[in-house]
Design a protein. Structure first.
Length: 365
């Protein structure tokens, strides 16, 4: 349920806590009191504020050539020549375009709006939205209403005005004959509340609620959130790196033991691996020399094709071969025996038109 606060036109010239206002909630009877009397009820809560039409001027732009919504500043330039004040001193708020692509606008003196908001803030009141009474009249027909000692007119009229009895009589001839006059003030609060969705909200630009809160609350909240996120990220990253380091070390130890099963006790993995690599350097050179001898003495003089070569610690070199016939493999076996190298030829099989075998050059014993 929304709470509505209406500030009457009487207090515009000298805004104070004695300002006469009208307070109501949706579907409840309105109450008239001073702002000081209303403040305890409204302190700490967000309210819908309604200003009198006397605080603003209302304008309707010419037909806008583009379907894209223009900025408030661009619209303001279209009415600059009609304004009695410098554009920089005014706050311009735009509404929704009508069927002819024209935009309604409310113009209010910046200092006046700032002083009203400062007064409300000092009383602990924070307006969520700010409307103007004449702009809250029903938009389906030309409409007028008696409200706090004067007439407000609007609706489908291309104007938003506040009139005394004399001004109304003067303008009667220019007003539509089908003008709908709402002369029961007790019903008007409900009428005004019901039309807020289509009315112009002055909470735009520098006066939007987000803009007003940003320097204090949002900045602090953003800083706290940033610190918490950075701290959480650091902890998560540190925990992940510790787990990853432990996993990699365990994998390294397992791999080291599989390569060097004689190393049963791991004290300093890096130092032990470095020592083994130094030894393997000599061993690797020797094993490569043996492989070269095998290629020169046995394989090089045959017609077989080498498919794959791999070295396994403790087993030696394993060479996968293919030949055209078993006769070629038999010739390879004879050459192996003649080389006097510790060679075995096994795993012989026939695959389509080729014969496969595995030649093993065993480790020196």
């Amino acid at each position: 349920m929304k709470t509505w606060l209406y500030l009457t036109a009487e207090g515009l010239n000298q805004p104070s806590h004695d300002w006469t206002c009208c307070l109501w909630q949706d579907n409840q009877e309105p109450q008239t009191m001073s702002l000081a009397q209303a403040a305890p009820t409204l302190t700490g809560s967000h309210i819908e504020l309604i200003l009198p039409m006397e605080s603003c001027s209302w304008w309707l732009s010419e037909r806008w050539p583009s379907r894209r919504r223009p900025s408030a500043q661009a619209l303001a330039y279209t009415i600059e020549d009609h304004l009695a004040q410098e554009l920089d001193t005014l706050h311009i708020a735009a509404g929704t375009a009508d069927g002819q692509q024209r935009y309604p606008m409310l113009a209010i003196d910046r200092q006046r709006l700032e002083s009203i908001l400062a007064l409300l803030t000092g009383a602990g009141i924070e307006p969520s939205n700010i409307y103007v009474d004449a702009d809250l009249l029903p938009g389906d027909q030309a409409c007028g209403a008696w409200w706090f000692g004067r007439w407000i007119v609007g609706g489908t009229l291309e104007a938003r005005l506040a009139l005394d009895d004399e001004a109304r009589q003067t303008l009667n001839e220019t007003l539509p004959t089908q003008m709908n006059w709402l002369d029961e003030p007790s019903q008007l609060p409900g009428v005004l509340s019901a039309n807020a969705a289509r009315a112009i909200n002055l909470r735009q630009g520098q006066f939007s609620l987000a803009q007003r809160r940003w320097p204090v609350r949002s900045v602090l909240a953003a800083l706290v959130a940033t610190v918490l996120i950075a701290w959480a990220f650091t902890l998560t990253r540190s925990h992940f790196l510790e787990q990853e380091s432990a996993r990699l070390y365990a994998h390294s130890v397992q791999r080291f033991k599989s390569m060097y099963p004689e190393q049963t006790r791991i004290v300093d993995l890096a130092a032990q691996l470095k020592a083994q690599l130094a030894k393997d350097g000599v061993s690797r050179t020797t094993q490569l020399a043996r492989l070269r001898g095998l290629a020169e003495q046995v394989i090089g003089g045959s017609s077989v094709e080498v498919q794959r070569i791999e070295y396994r610690i403790g087993e030696g070199w394993k060479i996968q071969l293919t030949a055209n016939t078993f006769t070629e493999l038999e010739q390879l076996r004879v050459r192996s025996n003649q080389s006097q190298l510790p060679i075995k030829l096994g795993n012989t099989s026939k695959d389509q038109n080729r014969v496969r075998a595995v030649l093993t050059l065993e480790e020196d014993t």
